[in-house]
Structures are given as C-alpha cells and as structure tokens.
Write a protein that binds this ligand. Structure first.
Ligand code: SD4
Length: 332
C-alpha cells in the first residue's frame, strides 16, 4: 500500500472507530461536524416535514405527562394518521394505481423491541397495530390480510375502501396518463418519521405512511422495514427516513446511520454519510428526494436531505420549530 493510501485509510478508520476527534489525511485533528441547531438534552421529539409540528407537539405533551418515549412517539404520529387532509399518511393518503390506499408503519424502542405492519387497508391507525404486533405477538411484522385480521381481532374498525375527495380526484387525474414513474420527487413527498427521547433517557421511534402515490398494488416501501425507514438502539441513537423508499431499502439507511454513530460519527455526519451512500448507488439521484433524521442517545441531532426542501420539526428545550435541513444537491 502506498503512503497516501495508507494515510487516507488511517484517517477513515479514525473517523469511524470512536476517536473523539477525527484525524485528517494531513494528520491534523479535524473538528467533528455538528448540526448547528443541535443541543443535547431530553425530553425531545423530532419529526419529518411540516406535519411533524403537530406530531412533535403531541409527543412532547405526552412526555410532559411523564409517559415514555414509546407512548409519545405513537401518540405523535397518530395525530398525522388521523388527519384526512394529509395525502401521504393514513387513510387520507393517495391510493395505489388500482385506487386502493395501502398503509405501512413501524415502531421501535431503544431496547430493540419493534413491530411493523405493511400493505394494510382500511385501518385508521397502522402505528397502533404495529405496536400491538410488537407487544402482543411473538413476531416483528404482519402484512396485508393477516395484519387486518389481527386488527379486527383487537376490535379495530376496518373501513371499506373509500377514497377522500382529494385522493379520488388525484387518482382520476393520474389515470388519464397512467404514467408509471415513482413520483417522490422534490415536490411530492411526505410520510412521518418521529423520534423521541424521554426524561428517563429512553429512545423510541415511529414511521407511518401511505407510501408512494400510485404505486403498484402490493408495493411496500422502506417505512415498515426495520433498519430502512426506522432504527433505534439505546446504546447509540436512532434514525428515520422519508423519501423514495426503494433507495432507502437498498442502503438500509436508518441502520447505516446508527451504526456509523456507533463507530464514532456525530449525528450530522451519520445523516450525511447515509445520504451519500444513496447518491453513490443511484446515478438517477437527481430524480427523487430522500431525507433522514438522526438523534444520539443524549439528544443531539442530525438532519440531511438529498435535495433542497427537506424540513423537520424539533421540540426540545422549550423551543418548537420547523427547520430547513442541509442538503446534498440543489440540482433537479
Ligand atoms: C415510501 N418512504 O413508501 C415512503 C414514502 C415517503 O416521502 O417517505 N414519502 O417509499
């Protein structure tokens, strides 16, 4: 190995091997990259997109009652799921190409306990169903009809397949051209991923979505896949993703970010590297959007979008704000 390669490798090893301060190729100590909005300390709740404002408010309210991060994360995203004007989460979501709304959701605690449901129809709160899978079954994931049968056994109502007025119109419009191009571009996105850290230092996260608009019937994205749309580990931190799920699935971006932190990256460095990996594996990265939120077990956070436009809600230290994330590229 020549000297230059050796130094570069040594620098990379230092960056992700738990060194307090990474060493640059020139051998100098480099300051670790932090998100300028990040300040440690719980309780905190952080969530994707503008609709994250209501969700993080509810999550914080629940934690202030003394409840856990898990209760808070679930309660927070239930607000988004219940909002029928939201066209990317819950039953108000845009349907698949057959005109059917199918929902995906996952929930995870820092302890490693987790549950998820995918391809579920007619259920108001897939996140609560995911939690029931975690708590009341020996499984991690239930899908489709089986998940719906489980929901009904718990007394959850299964609604007939009716679209909201807005979704029906959007679908009818889509039917005119039936362009089958996954459309999570820079304007068309959403999904809620919410991470919470409670007053006892416990971590939890939730991710819930109606998925890609006008997807193939049966398509499942990253949101219900543990490690892709969501990952939490109390030894390190947690991450959640939004955007074109296929790209997040190919790179297991949430798990990747948490593992990078385990090996010494800050939350911001982990978020950025997870997006860089998506860029490396997708030459068409200009055509879609992805955003990631990452928190450490002490409440620091990182956020990064593939393109301009990804924002997130942060509720922490008596402040509640919508923040524009840094991003990889402005190109479209
Ligand atoms: C999916 N990741 O099903 C979800 C959708 C999403 O912004 O996040 N849209 O691929």
């Amino acid at each position: 190995m020549n000297r230059k390669k050796f130094i570069t490798r040594a620098a990379l090893a230092a960056l992700f091997a738990g060194a307090a301060t990474p060493v640059s190729a020139a051998g100098k100590r480099r300051k670790k990259k932090q998100n300028p909005e990040s300040r440690a300390g719980g309780p905190m709740s952080i969530a994707t997109w503008k609709h994250g404002m209501e969700a993080t408010a509810e999550a914080m309210r629940v934690m202030q009652e003394g409840k856990s991060a898990l209760d808070a994360a679930e309660a927070g995203v239930r607000v988004t799921e219940a909002d029928k004007t939201n066209t990317s989460v819950g039953l108000g979501g845009f349907p698949d190409r057959e005109g059917i709304v199918t929902l995906d959701a996952s929930i995870m605690e820092g302890s490693g306990r987790c549950g998820s449901v995918s391809f579920v129809q007619g259920i108001d709160h897939p996140i609560t169903l995911a939690r029931k899978v975690m708590e009341d079954t020996p499984h991690v994931m239930l899908t489709g009809r089986g998940a719906e049968m489980f929901a009904q056994s718990l007394g959850m109502v299964k609604h007939p397949n009716t679209l909201t007025e807005v979704s029906r119109k959007a679908w009818e419009n889509w039917l005119k051209e039936k362009q089958y191009k996954p459309i999570i571009n820079i304007e068309n996105h959403d999904t809620i991923g919410l991470l919470a850290l409670d007053q006892n230092g416990k971590l939890a996260g939730c991710c819930t979505t109606s998925g890609l608009a006008f997807k193939m019937h049966g398509r499942v994205g990253d949101s219900p896949i543990i490690g892709a749309g969501l990952f939490c580990d109390e030894e390190v931190g947690a991450a959640t993703c939004t955007g074109l799920g296929e790209t997040v699935l190919r790179t297991l971006a949430s798990h990747t970010a948490v593992e990078l932190m385990r090996h010494g990256a800050t939350a911001q460095e982990a978020a950025e590297e997870a997006i860089h990996r998506i860029v490396k594996k997708h030459s068409n990265f200009k055509d879609f959007q992805v955003g990631i939120l990452v928190i450490t077990k002490t409440g620091e956070h990182g956020a990064f979008g593939l393109h301009k436009g990804f924002n997130y809600a942060l509720h922490q230290h008596n402040s509640h704000r919508l923040i524009d994330a840094a991003y990889y590229s402005q190109a479209k």
